[in-house]
Design a protein around this ligand. Structure first.
Ligand code: ADP
Ligand code: MG
Length: 733
């Protein structure tokens, strides 16, 4: 290994797991510590006058606005609590469209004019509303700079929390972020709107069709988060990892994941120390982290929480990603969220387990054991199937981030053709309904709204088809195509909205049919119709196979690249869908699309430039050194060859040198070609066209460069190769 790499390896060998959590934090205390860093109902009960506590509890349950007097009291309680926890600052924590969490800290201090004493202050107004100068967040053209002010508004349903740093703490207040004209500039606002929409449609349907009354329906989300943890030393010496979060070159190591010895293996002690730190921090923040394990690729891990209401789960996932990043640093590690940081081993996803739950905790996607429970289940199931079929373009677009280009459709990740996996039992059920005659699929005449009687589904009846982008797993759907680096909000917005629209469609069809038909027959007929039209999206086989690609094509299902998927976002159908219930106005939708194209184009451009630099300034010079060594070596034996007739000819060595010269030539040429394309791309005006150009031309050129570089990596003297190799990054810790 080159001197730098050799040093790293020695250094890493000497690294020890670090203990970063308070030694008092033992399991016995966990029940007290859990949630202790959030200003949720518990903390409110302890710090607010009881009438105020009752009021805020109502506000949280109903989502109604907070009046000024109560807001002042809550703010005061929150401030006192936060200061006791060590907070000196507060911030409106929000999720702009750039894919990160944003915050601007204000300290609690204030000085009255003419006074020299510092006060600690935090008012109701400061709690409810903020005005960050937000001109440099992406808005997709929504705000021109002269109207750059945005507002942040507290989402009282997601509790404020404390974020600790080594030298202090910050009170973070989850907020929605809007322009001064009220347009959503963030990921939270439309998520809350879509939650409202799916709640209303579900409540109406439960009431009109099943005579069941509930106060509210919530989408629930359980987010499995995959990531890589690698040593920080390796990370810092690879410009591609630092700039892009993924390796742009790197030869396949002799040992990859083929031994399958990593998955569910014993966790390395440095790694587990890091994840333990994350868990303690997240438990204190009230995120119910439940599982942790090694994933398939070497260096890859997963943590997953117990599911929560969608907006809370989404906020928690954002905080989790931040905490993972920060904790990794404490342990001399780096956490990579990129969807495909290393070629030839698995990439990372973020499985979104999604369902609908009533305020009483009834899971609407739970098959249940009585006919009427089954009927309800079938209706919601049919709604999801229809939503995924009608809006597969949107589901695809919701996971269209640059990193997923490297992952989706690879032979380890769900393909970019959106289909649903139901498992054998449910698939049979759907076929029975579709093939039933006279809409009579009720087995028993007494059944009130009974669909065909089927035995309760055993929970694990849905075997794990890992090849499906969207799978039914017993009592919830698992949207697996979501990328590991993504903010889950948009995929969840799409799910909530499309399913809500389908629920509405089905309810209205049934009610229409009921004008001339019994409720039972109307129900059966509509369900049968919906399933007949949309069951083409169901696929239970191997999603990686060519056979499926062909079959999907003949069924008319879309297979979309990122840029194509993003283009379809603003189609007539989608504009209508999103504006129907005010989830996203046509302008808001167009802005989102614009931002997604912009992010795509920018990150692809950074990747292309990073690769060019990496090759030009690190790889090619290293190749020259090696080339010189080989040439010098050959030169040094020339006198012997020329002097003695019987001396063997260095044919293979000459060939080696010749191949080397050829490879280096091609590497330089391809890299120059890449630079030519980068320049050409920079002249393209629209983000949209640039994104297409990058996907169609630049990414292929990058692969050409990579291929030659990876070949050279296996030839060049190991002590000269300038950057850590896959075999080191993936296996040494
Ligand atoms: P696994 O997929 O590893 O067998 P589970 O099926 O228990 O694990 O759960 C995976 C994730 O799905 C967890 O985060 C879990 O909390 C979540 N989950 C379970 N039920 C629901 C539900 N009704 N809604 C949303 N997420 C759920
Ligand atoms: Mg997993």
């Amino acid at each position: 290994a080159s001197y730098r790499r050799a040093d790293f390896i020695q250094y890493i060998d000497s690294r020890e797991p670090v203990s970063t959590i308070d030694q008092d934090e033992i399991a016995e205390n966990l029940t007290n510590i859990y949630d202790s860093d959030t200003y949720g109902l518990n903390a409110m009960r302890q710090t607010l006058p009881s009438h105020c506590y009752k009021k805020i509890r109502e506000v949280i349950a109903s989502g109604q606005p907070l009046d000024a007097q109560i807001a002042d009291m809550v703010a005061n309680g929150m401030k006192e609590w936060a200061i006791k926890k060590g907070a000196t600052h507060y911030t409106h924590w929000f999720l702009p469209l750039n894919g990160l969490a944003a915050e601007k800290h204000d300290s609690f201090i204030n000085i009255m004019p003419g006074d020299d004493k510092v006060l600690l202050e935090f008012s109701g107004m400061q709690l409810i509303k903020g005005e960050p100068d937000a001109s440099s967040f992406p808005s997709g053209g929504l705000r021109s700079t002269w109207e750059a002010r945005g507002y942040t508004v507290w989402d009282a349903t997601s509790p404020a929390f404390i974020r600790r740093e080594k030298n202090g703490a910050v009170l973070c207040i989850p907020t929605a972020f809007c322009s001064w004209t009220g347009e959503a500039l963030d990921q939270k606002t439309p998520l809350l709107r879509s939650m409202e929409y799916v709640s209303e449609e579900s409540l109406l349907t439960l009431q009109n069709i099943f005579n069941e009354k509930y106060k509210k329906v919530f989408p629930t989300l359980g987010i499995e988060q995959e990531f890589f943890l690698i040593d920080r030393k390796f990370y810092l010496s690879r410009p591609d990892l630092v700039n892009c979060g993924r390796t742009l070159i790197g030869a396949k190591p002799p040992k990859g994941q083929e031994m399958e010895d990593h998955y569910f293996g014993t966790m390395n002690s440095r790694i587990i120390s890091c994840i333990q730190e994350v868990e303690w921090k997240m438990w204190k923040l009230g995120m119910p982290l439940k599982t942790r394990h090694n994933e398939v690729a070497p260096g890859q891990y997963e943590v997953a929480p117990i599911f929560e209401r969608a907006n809370l789960a989404a906020d928690h996932n954002m905080v989790l990603m931040d905490v993972l990043k920060a904790s990794a640093t404490n342990h001399g590690l780096v956490c990579l969220f990129h969807e495909k940081p290393f070629a030839n081993v698995n990439g990372s996803g973020k499985h979104n387990n999604w369902s609908l739950s009533t305020d009483t905790g009834l899971n609407l996607l739970d098959p249940g054991s009585t006919p009427s429970q089954n009927a309800r289940f079938i209706l919601f199931l049919a709604a999801v199937i229809r939503a995924v079929d009608v809006h597969s373009d949107l589901l695809r677009a919701s996971v269209a981030v640059p990193g997923n280009d490297q992952r989706l459709g690879g032979n380890e990740a769900p393909p970019s053709i959106i289909s649903i996996y139901l498992g054998q039992e449910l698939d049979n059920l759907v076929s029975n309904i579709v093939n039933s005659t006279n809409n009579q699929f009720s087995a028993d005449a007494d059944m009130n709204l009974g669909v065909i009687g089927f035995p309760p589904l055993p929970k694990d009846s849905t075997d794990r088809n890992r090849t499906s982008p969207f799978a039914f797993t017993g009592n919830k759907f698992e949207f697996r195509a979501v990328g590991s680096s993504q903010v889950v909000n948009f995929p969840c917005i799409v799910l909530n909205t499309t399913v809500a629209e389908s629920i509405k469609f089905i309810r209205e069809e049934i009610l229409k049919e009921m004008q001339t038909n019994s409720r039972q027959n109307a129900f059966n007929k509509v369900i049968k119709d919906v399933l007949s039209v949309h069951s083409r999206v169901i696929f239970n086989g191997d999603g990686y196979s060519q056979e499926w690609r062909d079959m999907a094509k003949s069924r008319g299902l879309l297979s979309l690249k990122t840029t194509e998927a993003l283009s379809l976002m603003s189609s007539e159908k989608n504009i209508k869908l999103f504006s129907a219930d005010g989830i996203l106005s046509p302008v808001e939708l167009a802005c989102r699309q614009e931002v997604l194209f912009e992010i795509y184009a920018k990150s692809m451009t950074i990747e292309a430039k990073t690769l060019y630099d990496l090759i030009a300034t690190l790889i090619v010079p290293a190749c020259f050194k090696h080339q010189k060594n080989v040439a010098d070596s050959l030169n040094s034996i020339m006198p012997f060859i020329q002097g003695q007739k019987s001396f063997c000819q260095p044919t293979a060595q000459l060939q080696h040198l010749s191949d080397l010269v050829d490879n280096i030539n091609r590497l330089i040429e391809q890299n120059q070609k890449l630079m030519g394309l980068i320049k050409q791309c920079s002249e393209i005006k629209s983000e949209h066209d640039r994104a297409f150009f990058l996907q169609q031309n630049v990414s292929a050129a990058m692969l050409d460069v990579r291929k030659i570089s990876d070949e050279l990596e296996t030839i060049i003297d190991d002590t000269i190769w300038p950057i850590p190799k896959y075999s080191e990054i993936l296996f040494l810790r």
